[in-house]
Ligand binder design. Structure first.
Ligand code: HPA
Length: 271
């Protein structure tokens, strides 16, 4: 695994020269517009990077984009890998590990999620303060890669407290509500039944989605600081469950997108 990671990292470094990204950003479903705010320096298709998985979901285009955001050097994953696509957990987190080898110290993650907290509304943003892993596996199963991190990584503060507080201030200054809560990660790809939404709510989650937690586990294993945020694209509270199709999710995410871009950009500026 280390050899594969190093081979991919070396390949990328040959393309980007001394552009060493400080921060990594993973853009979720319908949340790709942050790329328009980047001053792009390099763009590399996943397909052109050795050992990189290739994205299969149509709503995700697969590219690593290097550029400046708020005058800081960032690498953006445009399109992520989901367990439900058939990738292994190691494949899902492969790009995050490559980011670490490139020198990235902080990871910003976005996703689309179903809202479970009755105080939430469609197109709200929720800062993730903690998570519950309901995926059937995780990327640290197997022999520990000691070069990356410890066998039993601590998860008592997976989401950086300081960045959470700063995000709240950024939203307040910009005049919009930013929800906070616990994100449960499920395998998908089907959305939840009403009983499943209720079950995940009882477990203690405020939102539910199909991503993020594997990447966060890998990032924390390697000691990266993490900030994650969900766009609430549909509601899973008993009175507000509706039939959901991907176009509804994309529409709701598009409404939340400019606020999400603002938060990530301002956090990067202050980081
Ligand atoms: N459930 C799971 N994943 C999701 C949802 C949902 O309701 N909305 C967007 N991603």
């Amino acid at each position: 695994m280390m050899e594969k990671l190093q081979e991919s990292t070396e390949h990328i470094k040959r393309q980007i020269g001394d552009f060493a990204p400080e921060f990594g950003i993973i853009l979720g479903t319908g949340l790709g517009a942050l790329v328009n705010e980047l001053d792009i320096a390099f763009s590399i298709d996943y397909a052109d990077i050795p050992n990189f998985p290739v994205s299969t979901v149509e709503s995700h285009s697969g590219k690593l984009i290097f550029g400046h955001l708020a005058e800081r050097r960032v690498v953006v994953m445009q399109g992520r890998f989901h367990y439900y696509e058939g990738y292994s957990m190691e494949q899902v987190v492969f790009p995050v590990r490559v980011m670490k080898l490139m020198g990235v110290t902080k990871l910003f993650v976005s996703n689309a999620a179903g809202g479970l907290n009755p105080a939430f509304n469609t197109s709200d943003l929720m800062v993730i303060t903690d998570h519950i892993n309901l995926q059937p596996s995780n990327p640290l199963i197997g022999k520990n890669i000691d070069e990356l991190g410890p066998r039993f990584p601590d998860m008592s503060d997976a989401y950086d407290e300081h960045m959470i507080r700063e995000a709240m201030v950024i939203a307040e200054d910009a005049g919009f509500t930013l929800q906070e809560g616990v994100y449960a990660s499920v395998p998908g790809p089907m959305l939840e039944t009403p009983a499943e939404y209720r079950y995940i709510t009882i477990l203690g989650a405020d939102a539910v989605g199909m991503s993020t937690v594997p990447e966060v586990i890998a990032a924390r294993h390697m000691g990266m600081k993490v900030f994650a945020i969900s766009a609430i694209t549909d509601m899973g509270t008993p009175d507000r469950i509706k039939k959901v199709v991907l176009s509804d999710i994309l529409e709701a995410a598009a409404i939340a997108e400019p606020r999400m871009a603002l938060i990530i950009r301002e956090l990067v500026r202050r980081a």
